[in-house]
Design a protein around this ligand. Structure first.
Ligand SMILES: Nc1ncnc2c1ncn2[C@@H]1O[C@H](COP(=O)(O)OP(=O)(O)O)[C@@H](O)[C@H]1O
Ligand SMILES: [Mg+2]
Ligand SMILES: [Zn+2]
Length: 454
């Protein structure tokens, strides 16, 4: 009998090693390495009929990629014009954010076009899905629901039903019999994704895979499969609020610039076709000292978000600093600069900073906005309502240049903002008609530029 080979796999990033180590050398997380039995030699191609053949590049017929619209404009735009036939799309997000809801509604829309869809609910029973479908008013003769966790069983059903779209909800709860590791482990997720990729490419089925993002390292997040799939879209937002954001972070068939905005109501997700309206409406209601709009950019996308600060006299021996949605050390640094460079004495004040909408900002371009939120709250003045703030702060209080400045300004302009405070060094590459650009080089300048004297 052959010796059973095992290896240790980081459940966070997929790093593999033969011996146990406490800290993953790749991603730096502790205690995430789990022993997994190596897969049997049985190969993916043994399960799936291989009907592709080797051919000359000149002989390959170019087929225009066929797009399947979901009838959700917000989703189609993020996908680059709809689901590409034969592609594998990963929809990732926190548990409970509304992934199953979005996909079930999308499934309903697609099935109305006489397309067969197989919905594999590995986490829920058929009746649970039915209940949700009733609440969402989804109902079709083309929608097949299959409560199954075994990938091989799913493949059998694909051959029976011959769907055009396959939904897997979720990748963490399915398993392949090829591997002995438990479902949700890195090896299972990888192997299952491989098999699903094969289904997509060889059978020309559009595969939509749902994946949970977990904060603790025990369950493999979709991070390990991001590089394997064609498109990765994230569904995010504050679980306790109704606003939901959809954005793609990888797309082989379109740009990753677009975001989609949804509203979660009792009857499911509603599209927010004009986010600026929603945004401005909320904004006028809030308009208070310590509230600032910043333009953040992750990768190539720009997104306007509201940052709020609350500064008040402390009743603790050491003042409290609380950061939600921004890095804690970044907040400390900004407070230090405010104290040293513009003489704001915060040593007896608690400072709370919060990014609205459950979004995490990890780029320095938000510095200036955060600083202005704190400074205006401290001085009890209001930043102009139609003003967006962009800039990094250096330790000497200088405003530093940031990347993608044009995209940020463009986004602000699109959402109806009239004024943008940006770093002095940034090149103004074009004339903006609808938005006034104010370039600043010091913190004080920025404050006087965005606070109108009464
Ligand atoms: N009976 C209900 N009425 C209204 N909203 C509900 C109901 N059940 C669930 N929801 C909403 O749907 C969300 C869960 O959506 P779901 O699609 O199951 O999330 P995910 O698949 O991402 O875990 C809940 O957070 C809640 O906002
Ligand atoms: Mg779900
Ligand atoms: Zn790791």
């Amino acid at each position: 009998m052959a010796k059973v080979k095992t290896r240790w796999v980081c459940q966070n990033c997929g790093y593999e090693t033969l011996k146990y180590i406490g800290k993953c050398p790749d991603c730096g997380s502790w205690g995430t390495l789990v022993e997994e039995v190596e897969s049997k030699s049985e190969n993916v191609s043994n399960i799936i009929n291989d009907d592709s053949k080797v051919c000359l590049i000149n002989e390959i017929e170019v087929t225009e990629s066929i797009r399947l619209q979901s009838e959700f404009e917000e989703l189609d735009r993020v996908l680059g014009g709809g689901f590409v036939q034969g592609s594998l799309v990963l929809l990732a997000g926190d548990p409970g954010i509304g992934k199953s809801t979005l996909i079930l509604q999308t499934a309903g829309n697609i099935c109305k076009k006489n397309k067969k869809l197989l919905y594999v609910c590995a986490e829920e029973s058929g009746s649970q899905v039915k209940l949700r479908a009733q609440r969402l008013n989804v109902n079709s003769d083309n929608l097949y629901v299959y409560s199954q966790t075994n990938v091989e069983a799913v493949i059998n059903q694909i051959d029976n039903i011959k769907p055009e779209i396959l939904v897997i909800d979720s990748i963490q709860s399915i398993y392949t019999s090829n591997i002995t590791s438990s479902s949700g482990s890195v090896s299972q997720i990888r192997e299952c994704t491989n098999i699903l990729m094969d289904i997509a490419k060889n059978k020309n089925i559009t595969v939509i895979v749902i994946g949970h993002v977990t904060k603790d390292g025990n369950i493999a997040g979709p991070k390990v499969l991001e590089h394997m799939v064609d498109t990765v879209i994230y569904f995010e937002g504050d679980k306790y609020k109704s606003q939901r954001l959809l954005r793609s972070i990888k797309n082989r068939f379109g740009s990753t610039n677009e975001i989609g905005v949804f509203n979660m109501v009792d009857s499911g997700l509603e599209e927010v076709k004009n986010p600026s309206e929603l945004f401005m409406k909320e904004r006028t209601e809030i308009s208070a000292p310590g509230s600032v709009i910043i333009a953040t950019s992750e990768g190539t996308r720009a997104l306007l978000v509201e940052v709020q600060a609350l500064v008040g006299t402390t009743s603790y021996p050491a003042p409290r600093r609380v950061a939600t949605g921004i890095e804690f050390n970044r907040l400390l640094q900004i407070i230090a600069v405010l104290e040293k460079r513009i003489g704001l004495n915060l040593s007896k004040h608690d400072v709370y900073v919060n990014v609205i909408g459950g979004i995490e900002i990890d780029e320095p371009a938000a510095d200036l906005g955060i600083a202005l939120a704190i400074a205006t709250c401290f001085r009890d003045v209001v930043v102009d309502n139609d003003c967006v703030i962009i800039g990094e702060i250096g330790l000497s209080g200088e405003i530093r240049n940031v990347s993608n400045i044009e995209k940020r300004i463009y986004e602000a302009q699109k959402l109806g903002f009239k004024k943008a405070i940006i770093p002095k060094q940034s090149k103004k590459l074009q004339d903006y008609k609808d938005i006034q650009i104010i370039q600043v080089s010091r913190l004080m300048e920025a404050i006087s530029a965005c606070v109108s004297k009464k």
